[in-house]
Write a protein that binds this ligand. Sequence first.
Ligand code: DX5
Ligand code: ZN
Length: 236
Amino acid sequence: MATLLETLRRQTPMLSVGVLTADWMNLQPQLSILESAGVPLLHIDVMDGAFCPAMTFGPPIIQAIQTSLFKDVHLMIENPLEKLDSYVQAGADMITVQVESTKHPHRVLQALGGMTNANDPARGIIRGAALNPGTPVEALDPLMEELEMILLLAVNPGWGGQKFIPSTRRRIDAVRQRIAKSGGNILLCVDGGIKRDNLVEVAQMGAEIIVSGSAVFDGKDPAGNIAYLQKQLGKG
Ligand code: DX5
Ligand code: ZN
C-alpha cells in the first residue's frame, strides 16, 4: 500500500484548503463541497494565543471533523513537543511545526518520525517544518533528513486573508534548490495570501502543496471558488 507521501507526490501541484475562515457553524456541507471537487487536503491552522495572537482549535475539534480529506495540521503553538501525541491521536495525517516555536525542532521532527498514523498505520505521518517570513531558510539545513515537507509562510502567522509577501518568491527558489541538493523526497508547501490571481504563478515557482483559505471560504461562493482554483491547477 502506498504511503501518504507517495500518494501526494503523484498529485502535485495540489491544493490544501484552509478552513480558518469557513463557516464553522455550518461546516459539513462545506467539507462536502471540497470532497466533490476532488481536493485532497484540508489545512487546519492551530493557534494557541501564545505563538501567535489568535486562538483557534485543538485536538478535540480536529478529531470531530468528519471528512475523507487528509488532515493537514499546521501547528502554530508553543512547546509542540509535548503536544504532538494528542494531535496524532486526533487523526492528523500531516503535522507541521514552526521551527521558531521550539528550541528543539530536530527533536520534535524525530519524535514525530516515531509516531504512527491513527487513521491507518500504513499511511505514515508527513512531518513538516514551517518557516515564518522572517526566518532565514538556512534554519532548514540541519533538519532535511527528518522531514517530508517544508512549509513556507507567505504571510505572518495569525490571520487568514492577508497579502502574499513578495520576498516569498526568492525564498521558494532557495528552498527548491535545497530540496534538490538534499536528494530527499520532500514536498514544498506555500501557505498564505494565495488567491485566484497568483495561484498559477506560485505553482509554477515550484510549490507542490498550495494552501488557500479565504480565496475559497470568502463567505459567498465556496463551490464556485474551489471549482475555479481546481481548474487553474488543471484538475477541473
Ligand atoms: C496563517 C495561516 C494560513 C492562512 C491561509 O497564519 O497559517 O494557513 O490561514 O489563509 P489565506 O489563504 O486566507 O491567506
Ligand atoms: Zn497554515
